[in-house]
Design a protein around this ligand. Structure first.
Ligand code: UGA
Length: 439
């Protein structure tokens, strides 16, 4: 099928390349010329495992191209809208500027029978508004809402082999949106991927409620971590034990610095804001607490570092390992790790930061911090080593070798990801969030 993907950020670029991989003829459109130039030359504008290979294959096969020219949408049958919906400055609500601009720019090129497919994460009610606009445009195009659940770092796999597909279609589906989307996703559906066909509002809500649930699960275990810290219990063992109950499940119960990134934090805030507008704010007040618990973890990490340094951060040399909001990503949007590094620096510590991929993005956000691409340089003479993002590189560190490079063998494990026993056996004082002192 001939497909347009508007917006070539994390979501759109991966979606465009994945649709081409499924055999479709795809054009990716974005207003950012630098981004389009990179993608057109087969380079991903962000770090995402598997994406460069996918781009290269589809570009070489002639099934994928990128442009800033919206007229390239003409003659295509399906038009995915995958632009960003960031948090508004100084407000919780989502900013729909890019969605509105994308629809405005697309309308002149639409033809009867075309299907516009929303992928962006939007406040509930947005799709119906866009459907009305399309109806007014008299183009004969219609709308479906098809939320995306990809995780950064696993985006290619999640797009090609999702846990489920959701289509939001209007009553009676007069334009046959389901059939068109079934054709788009034929290869995925043939693997037995569950499909939920529903109305616009449910489709929009599935997306935000899934993220709200995941955020709640993380804040729940971090709340347990707070209690564990007070009584000297161990949150990792607690998570293992409750996670064996299949109704609870162990996934997304990793206590530590909490959630960050471009989705979970802003999505729960936008969800609360939207519920408020709809007069249903009481239903979601618990999400405020989810957000608060999450933000408290960062402060607790700073307190723990101060504690292991006997109460004073001033001039102490702190090696921060990990800046990305999670491993296998160079994304530092709302990153707990970068936030903690900045707080420590503001409080007078000499912080030196390392990350396998996220140093350039971190530098743009916090130019005043010190960065290095060398792990050895980061830890040299450190008074304390902080592991704030659980990159595989850090899990492979030999604690015995590292102990010889630092000033004090003290490690704070902000993600409960290190082998505590191995570090202690190598002579380290090991401290972690939500676990009793082991030194
Ligand atoms: C999240 C959702 O997982 C995706 O399903 C969704 O499609 C995406 O948002 C989106 O809305 O676009 P993502 O932001 O890529 O995906 O990252 P996650 O893997 O969900 O991790 C989010 C944060 O939670 C990270 O900072 C991670 O370190 C943290 N986390 C995750 C924990 O602190 N503990 C856990 O047990 C799991």
């Amino acid at each position: 099928m001939r497909i347009t993907v508007i917006g070539c950020g994390y979501l759109g670029a991966v979606h465009a390349a994945s649709m081409a991989e499924l055999g479709h003829d795809v054009v990716g459109i974005d207003i950012d010329e630098a981004k389009i130039a990179m993608l057109a030359s087969g380079r991903a504008p962000f770090y995402e495992p598997g994406l460069p290979e996918l781009l290269e294959r589809s570009l070489a096969g002639g099934r994928l191209r990128f442009t800033t020219d919206m007229s390239a949408a003409r003659g295509n049958r399906i038009h995915f809208v995958a632009v960003g919906t960031p948090q508004k400055p100084r407000e919780n609500a989502a900013d729909l500027r890019f969605v509105d601009a994308a629809i405005d720019a697309l309308v002149p090129w639409l033809e009867a029978g075309d299907l516009v497919v929303g992928k962006s994460t939007v406040p509930v009610g947005t799709a119906r508004g866009i459907a009305d606009r399309l109806a007014e445009s008299e183009t004969g195009a219609s709308l479906a809402w098809n939320p995306e659940f990809l995780r950064e770092g696993l985006a290619v796999k999640d797009t090609l082999h999702p846990d489920r597909l959701v289509y939001g279609v209007p009553d009676g589906d007069p334009a046959g949106a389901r059939q068109l989307l079934d054709e788009v996703y034929a290869a995925t559906l043939s693997e037995g991927t569950p499909l939920v066909v529903t109305d616009y509002e449910t489709a929009e809500l599935v997306k935000v409620s899934a993220n709200a649930f995941l955020a709640t699960k993380i804040s729940f275990i971090n709340a347990m971590a707070e209690v564990c810290e007070v009584v000297g219990a161990d949150v990792t063992q607690l998570a293992d034990a409750i996670g064996y109950d299949a109704r609870i499940g162990r996934r997304f119960l990793n206590a530590g610095l909490g959630f960050g990134g471009g989705c979970l934090p802003k999505d729960i805030r936008a969800f609360m804001a939207r519920a408020g507008e709809l007069g249903a704010d009481q239903a979601l007040t618990f999400l405020r607490e989810v957000d608060r618990i999450n933000m408290r973890r960062r402060e607790r990490a700073v307190d723990l570092v101060r504690e292991v340094l006997d109460g004073s951060l001033l001039g102490r040399r702190i090696a921060v390992l990990g800046l990305a909001f999670k491993p296998d990503s160079d994304d530092v949007r709302d990153s707990p790790a970068l936030n903690v590094a900045a707080m420590l620096s503001l409080q007078g510590a000499a912080v030196i930061c390392h990350d396998p991929k996220a140093v350039p993005n971190s530098r743009k956000r916090f130019p005043e911090l010190s960065y290095t691409e060398s792990l050895d340089e980061a830890v040299a003479d450190a008074d304390v080593v902080l592991v704030l993002t659980e990159w595989g590189d850090y899990l492979e560190i030999d604690p015995e070798v590292l102990a010889r490079k630092v000033a004090n063998p003290i490690v704070v494990d902000g993600r409960n990801c290190l082998d505590a026993e191995a570090w202690r056996a190598a002579g380290w004082r090991y401290r972690a969030l939500g676990r009793r002192r082991m030194d």
